[in-house]
Design a protein around this ligand. Sequence first.
Ligand SMILES: Cc1ncc(COP(=O)(O)O)c(C=O)c1O
Length: 406
Amino acid sequence: MENKKYKGKSTEAIHAGEQKTESILDEFPEKTGIPLLPPIYQNSTFQFNNAEECASAFVDEDSGYVYTRWGNPTQEILEKKIAALEGGEAALATASGMGAISSALLTALSDGGHVVAMETLYSASFNILNDELPRMGVETTFVDATNLTNIENAIRPETKVIYLESPTNPLLKLVDLKACAEIAKKHNITTIIDNTFATPCSQQPISLGIDVVLHSITKYLSGNGAVVAGAIVGDKDFIVRVKQGSLRNFGAVISPFNAWLTLLGIPTLPLRFSRHCENAMKIATFLETHPSVEWVRYPGLESHPQHELAKRQMNGFGGMITSSLKGGLSAGETLVNKLQLCSLAVSLGDVRTLVCHPASTTHSHVPTEVRQKTGVTDGLVRFSIGLEDVEDIIADLDQGLENLPA
Ligand SMILES: Cc1ncc(COP(=O)(O)O)c(C=O)c1O
């Protein structure tokens, strides 16, 4: 069944993809009452009435479910909802964000080729492009995609994919998505973006001409910190190729339970996201005026080098803030040790405020010169601003920053 079109994101987040159906009550025909929440089909396989039915489901997947690695109704409801939110023709839900990224890249590069990618990407995405794909004969040229000339100059006759994040992790750099999609179309190249930071509430890359949108559902889409999952959105042809090829064969499928937990999270996404944005704007402004803070990057601040692009391309600047402390490594360590409300944790998009200091934790093994080159300074702290009352978050940060070098 095609998704119904709704005017607003909140209605879409709540209703898209869902079908109120009585079929669940087939076993109790004497009873009325249709389940309001989408049901969870926590089963691995499906039974057929006869050989003909079974044979037809193998030939035409739209006619039946066979096995949950091939498809499952709970997964499918989620996929329809995510496709509607992103304005894409179709979607697939996957076992993790990396499951989505690897499945999409393996499909787009199934005949080999070359990739042009943003130079600062989520670490595991960088590892796929820098370490895994070269072993299969696929090279990537990493460029500063904030300047589109760098992308154009890196394109080769064999380039198949332009791979982007916007905003990027952790420096929150932006790419002009519409202009980049125009360049790619001229060269017949598939554009792929990881839209995890922005969410479809802030930007819908497909409407700007981007071909494929990826998500770590783990973050804002589920929002509850209970799920590791991902999604791929694109045109029907691409989605069918992923589904019947890399996803099915390499097996990064979402479990029905995680699909169902995500279905509980998505209806509140627009509401959560607007509160994430509101809190983040106030906190970015607070940090920018704090004497111990060297700089703050937040697309909503006028000081962000691409603030004008952010205003044009994003509808809400998100919940992620990156800043650098004047006191460097020890100031970063002191801050995360002193915080009481904000949690020292990786990941993002949670209802709780999460803080990480890469130089003393995730990146402590990376030599300082290498870290500095990618912009991860000793004093860099990344905040995923949660949904707590903003006064409480600011009070916690204020006490954490007290007496740090100014
Ligand atoms: C921007 C971005 N993309 C992808 C991922 C990977 O997602 P997952 O952990 O769900 O595999 C992450 C994880 O932090 C991320 O931040």
